[in-house]
Write a protein that binds this ligand. Structure first.
Ligand SMILES: C[S@@+](CC[C@H](N)C(=O)[O-])C[C@H]1O[C@@H](n2cnc3c(N)ncnc32)[C@H](O)[C@@H]1O
Length: 195
């Protein structure tokens, strides 16, 4: 089996694994009442850009090989690191969904009786689900040997991350006040002790 095909299969399995982890939370979230939201045109655009980079462009490459001119021959080390990153992303996704539980939402929502989660994987990092998405985007870049389809996840998710993180933290601070400010003081955003 060629490394290109192996990488493509691994990417598909990673995306399926991510959706299997997320599905029960998405179903539950539909039933839970939202008491405040920061959804709007800007958030819809951010999510569309991220979905294009993490889903549409790599999906098109895997299904059709498009854009063929940007495909290159991968090396085995790259595929191996991609597999490790994919596994790490899935572990992080599972831990973050489990810790957030009923507080999870796909976008910027505050639920009825929303509680601030500060334990488990949220103890030292306040956006570990975004750490998982960065890891998933990195896995995509390593698994798909195509300059456009491979790197589009980093660009697409990076756009969502840098444009969303400010409004999300403002929403959390507005909702939880001093508790969130203190939590911010003692945690990093996505990498413990780094950022
Ligand atoms: C897609 S989730 C991402 C959560 C977080 N930014 C992360 O990367 O782990 C977005 C929703 O999670 C909720 N949320 C984020 N951090 C939270 C926390 N520490 N405790 C409870 N809810 C949180 C917010 O209501 C937000 O609408």
């Amino acid at each position: 089996m060629s490394l290109v095909l192996l990488g493509q299969i691994a990417w598909v399995l990673m995306v399926v694994g991510w959706y299997v982890i997320r599905f029960p939370f998405e179903r539950r979230a539909k039933r839970a009442r939202v008491s405040a939201t920061r959804r709007g045109l800007a958030e819809t655009l951010r999510m569309a850009i991220s979905f294009t980079g993490l889903g549409v462009l790599p999906g098109l490459f895997v299904a059709t090989g498009f854009p063929r001119f940007a495909t290159y021959e991968p090396i085995a080390l790259q595929a191996g690191l991609g597999l490790l990153a994919a596994l790490l992303a899935l572990v992080l996704f599972r831990l973050t969904h489990k810790a957030l539980g009923k507080m999870w939402s796909v976008s910027l929502d505050i639920r009825d009786k929303h509680k601030l989660v500060t334990s488990g994987i949220y103890k030292r990092v306040r956006h570990p689900m975004y750490t998982a998405f960065w890891t998933m985007a990195l896995a995509q870049a390593l698994l798909l040997p195509n300059w456009i389809a491979g790197l589009s996840g980093l660009v697409g998710f990076g756009t969502l991350f840098f444009l969303r993180i400010g409004p999300e933290e403002a929403m959390m601070e507005e909702t939880f006040g001093e508790d969130y400010r203190a939590y911010k003081e003692r945690t990093a955003r996505i990498i413990p002790g780094v950022y």
